[in-house]
Design a protein around this ligand. Structure first.
Ligand code: HEM
Length: 409
């Protein structure tokens, strides 16, 4: 077992933000668990081995209770900016709570995202996809277009807005808040964005209460009024979580999938020739370049051993899903192969916090990719891949921009 020095292993360095997989691959031979400092100086454990990550995801000794996590982080850092503030923004949502609160909160929404419910949304997703592609064609006529800005961002955002019943016209303001909340802005910026989004959502809830509609927000308002099952703060936190989780990760998936295909012309040609590979191609993209390569933060509620290292009470433990997905459990793990067996990849997590929106994200990516391939037979990258910008984040990995030439239609 080897434990590297606190900042010497590349985790969360600038190089990591650009290409976490190179760092993961260097760490693979060293061991399944590593020490690192987040960019704001918070010491954490990062688990990278497949067996250790999947076991940890199921381990009830690793907890998420946001109040305690925040206290731990504040003590460790004298309240420097990072996860401490993230925890504050999402104080009472399911992703940052443990059973029994977690069970109660999750139950309220999980049915709304079942595979059957999601299938019913497919025509809507197809329609939004086509509208966005039409607009992208106009925008990119004769030149290049930024796929992230024109398509990858607005598709999942429009879908989750429709699902919750929030007016499309408010997307621009929401997108600005969300970028600050998941990004690496200053404490003040974060606080302003969180307050503005919370105020907006509270207003939206009030509107749904006086005029309920056939949407998820109205259902949540009704549930909280009927059985006192959601406090006003929980209601706003739930809506905020669904809005942010519902699009930030999917944006990354759409951008990374298109990039991987454009960088691997043999795989792209195979997919064009055999459209039945669409679903496996999306799964391989999820494995190959996880939209959230590291989970949200957990702390050890008691002493435990992970991958041969002693983790003590209150240590923060991050589970590197992206590293686990490139473990030797998957043969030739750094190759992008749309026909590989991807079963057991961990990109949506595992255990009680398994992604509520997995079926929705998969369906959006399948529809988007299918339509893109049909419509643009010779779409190409319009910038060298090593010059592409990635959004700086400890837990997410996604392109800031993806310039493409649409070509013939
Ligand atoms: C949880 C990934 C899309 C809603 C999670 C977790 C991961 C994840 C890894 C678990 C985090 C942890 O254990 O720390 C992704 C990826 C997506 C995606 C890769 C897209 C490609 C969505 C969508 C929604 C959504 C579209 C829809 C609203 C949630 C929620 C949770 C969650 C509510 C918390 C579940 C819980 O704590 O029980 N997601 N997600 N996600 N995701 Fe997603």
């Amino acid at each position: 077992m080897t434990v590297e020095t606190l900042s010497g292993n590349g985790l969360f360095s600038d190089r990591y933000m650009h290409d976490p997989y190179r760092v993961f691959s260097e760490l693979r031979g060293v061991g399944p668990i590593h020490r690192a400092n987040t960019p704001s100086g918070i010491p954490v454990w990062v688990v990278t081995g497949y067996a250790e990550v999947s076991a940890a995801l199921m381990d009830g000794r690793l907890r998420k209770d946001s109040a305690r996590l925040r206290a731990i982080i504040d003590r460790a850092t004298l309240a420097r900016l990072d996860g401490s503030d993230r925890a504050e923004t999402v104080a009472t949502d399911m992703l940052n709570s443990d059973p029994p609160e977690h069970t109660r909160l999750r139950k309220l929404v999980v049915k709304g995202f079942s595979a059957r419910r999601v299938e019913r949304l497919r025509p809507l997703v197809q329609q939004i996809t086509d509208e966005l592609l039409d607009a992208m064609v106009e925008q990119g006529a004769g030149g290049t277009v930024d796929f992230v800005d024109a398509f990858a961002f607005p598709l999942p955002l429009t879908v989750i807005f429709e699902l919750l019943g929030i007016p499309r016209a408010d997307q621009r303001a929401f997108r600005a808040w969300s970028t600050v909340i998941v990004g690496s802005g200053s404490r003040d910026e974060l606080r302003r964005a969180t307050t503005a989004m919370g105020g907006y959502l509270a207003q939206m809830m009030a509107a749904k209460r006086s005029a309920p509609a056939d949407d998820l927000l109205s259902d949540l308002v009704e549930a909280s009024d009927a059985g006192d099952r959601l406090s006003p703060l929980e209601l706003v936190s739930m809506a905020g979580l669904l809005l942010i989780a519902g699009h930030e990760t999917t944006v990354n998936l759409l951008g990374s999938t298109l990039l991987a295909l454009l960088q691997h012309p043999d795989q792209l040609a195979k997919l064009r020739a055999r459209p039945e590979l669409l679903d496996p191609a999306v799964e391989e993209s999820l494995r190959y370049n996880s939209p959230a390569p590291v989970t949200t933060w957990r702390y050890a509620a008691e002493p435990m051993t992970i991958g041969g290292s002693s983790v003590t009470t209150n240590d923060i433990v991050l589970l590197a899903l992206g590293a686990a997905n490139h473990d030797g459990r998957f043969p030739d793990p750094d190759a992008f192969d749309i026909e590989r067996k991807t079963g057991g990849h961990l990109s949506f997590g595992h255990g009680i916090h398994f992604c509520v929106g997995a079926a929705l994200a998969r369906m959006e990516a399948q529809v988007a990719l299918g339509r893109l391939l049909e419509r643009f037979p010779d779409m190409a990258l319009a910038a060298p891949a090593d010059e592409l910008r990635w959004r700086p984040s400890v837990i997410m990995h996604g392109l800031a921009a993806l310039p493409v030439r649409l070509g013939r239609q």
